[in-house]
Design a protein around this ligand. Structure first.
Ligand code: C5P
Length: 221
């Protein structure tokens, strides 16, 4: 496929459970097709980090101020990927005022981009229901825990496989059972099971699916 021409508008949602490969997959296709990428998980994590730094205190005013201060650069902070931040992010994600503030950020980002990939839990259902292509990632809990443990080990975090597994199960449960914007697979989403896929295999699979969907929308470019 040639480089996407300027007229092409294409939005992709990559949703799924914790550590299912949705960020890796989303980043791979955004690079491949030169699309903008937003990890909505990093937005919840950023708010959680700021709340932790504020001795766990937060209200609507505090969260709105934090959201206003977000830049893409700040979302690269490695501190966002600690087990403590992960845990708090799924707790604050249950609050309507947190979700509303972050929804505005996401909608703004999407409006500004013709070619965009957004990763999360409620992208295909709430944030970008009109996405051109929706992926829903799943993976076995053992494999997810192994992947996350590897990342934590790289950060010198002393945590066991069992602990990682337990915290992933808890977060997934919280995300699925949440009343507002729960983790859900929409009817028109494509299921991607990453349990047995290497990164290369994932890249090939997603690339083919994206090419097919762009072709369906625009014909041969
Ligand atoms: O995807 P990631 O693990 O970085 O997300 C951190 C937390 O943020 C999740 O456990 C989830 O509770 C919350 N989240 C959410 N909705 C999104 C993205 C993340 O509730 N769209």
């Amino acid at each position: 496929m040639k480089k996407l021409n300027k007229e092409v508008k294409f939005k992709i949602a990559t949703d799924g459970s914790s550590a299912s490969g949705k960020t890796t997959g989303g980043k791979l296709i955004s690079k491949k097709f030169n699309m903008k990428f937003l990890s909505s998980g990093s937005l919840y994590r950023f708010c959680a980090l700021k709340i932790l730094e504020n001795n766990n205190a937060y209200n609507i005013k505090f969260v709105n101020k934090v959201v206003k201060s977000i830049t893409l650069q700040k979302l690269q902070n490695k501190k966002l990927y600690s087990p403590e931040v992960a845990r708090l992010s799924s707790i604050i994600a249950k609050k309507k005022f947190v979700r509303n503030a972050l929804k505005s950020f996401q909608i703004n980002f999407i409006k500004k981009s013709k070619l965009v990939v957004v990763e999360g839990r409620d992208i295909g259902s709430v944030i970008m229901p009109d996405a051109d292509l929706k992926f829903f990632f799943i993976c076995s809990i053992r494999e997810k825990a192994k992947r996350r443990l590897k990342e934590y080990k790289n950060q010198n975090n002393k945590i066991t496989l069992k602990q990682v597994e337990k915290s992933l199960i808890q977060r997934d449960k919280d995300d699925i059972k949440r009343k507002i914007s729960p983790l859900i697979m929409t009817k028109n989403a494509v299921l991607v099971d990453t349990t047995k896929l290497s990164i290369k295999q994932l890249e090939i699979k997603l690339t083919n699916l994206v090419k097919k969907a762009i072709k369906k929308k625009y014909g041969n470019l």
